[in-house]
Design a protein. Structure first.
Lengths: 114, 107
């Protein structure tokens, strides 16, 4: 069974940092591009970042460019999102998802508040 | 960026009804379109990819069509478990973009 499990979310103060992780299982992780997508409370879905299978190609939404860094470790079947300079508007549920159309993990909640 | 516009934003229907949700792209995306279903408090679930291909395990009551800029998701014979929010997403180019969602409610 394909499974994606996110972790690392929590409460952080504005300007702080968090590192999200996504553990993949049930498929050949190393051949797929992966995405991070977020959803602010009561809002729609917002694509955050994508990384190609070999990490050669990386893309970010304008809203996180320069503050977030996506990476992966194919040997560990893991995807990461390093989030720095966090703002209140980054508060959201963060999902990892296999490109292009899923499946998705259950999400990890990031709350940025003083 | 490619804008994805769904209509309607909300839809009220009855059990047993057939409904159609539309998604329009601001420029052509061929068939690089996916549909997702999201229930309250849950992660999105993939229903359809490549505009019309059903994900494994998704019942055939769900169907997608379209190419270029205009796409539809049709759900036949609505059941209580189908009432949810539906999103389209283009994956033709970056940034990936989603429609704003269509909330399907019970009448």
């Amino acid at each position: 069974e394909v499974q994606l499990v996110e972790s690392g979310g929590g409460l952080v103060k504005p300007g702080g940092s968090l590192r999200l992780s996504c553990a993949a299982s049930g498929f050949t992780f190393s051949i797929y591009s992966m995405n991070w997508v977020r959803q602010a409370p009561g809002q729609g879905l917002e694509w955050v970042s994508s990384i190609s299978s070999t990490s050669r190609f990386i893309y970010y939404a304008d809203s996180v460019q320069g503050r977030f860094t996506v990476s992966r470790d194919n040997a560990k079947n893991s995807l990461y999102l390093q989030m720095n300079s966090l703002r209140a508007e980054d508060t959201a549920m963060y999902y990892c998802a296999r490109d292009p159309s899923g499946p998705w993990g259950h999400g990890t909640l990031v709350t940025v508040s003083s | 960026d490619i804008q994805m516009t769904q209509s309607p934003s909300s839809l009220s229907a009855s059990v047993g009804d057939r409904v159609t949700i539309t998604c329009r792209a601001s420029q052509g995306i061929s068939n690089y379109l996916a549909w997702f279903q999201q229930k309250p408090g849950k992660a999105p679930k993939s229903l359809i990819y490549a505009a019309s291909s059903l994900q494994s395990g998704v019942p055939s009551k769900f169907s997608g069509s379209g190419s270029g800029t205009d796409f539809t998701l049709t759900i036949s014979s609505l059941q209580p478990e189908d009432f949810a929010t539906y999103y389209c997403q283009q994956y033709s180019t970056y940034p990936r973009t989603f429609g704003q969602g269509t909330k399907l409610e019970i009448k």
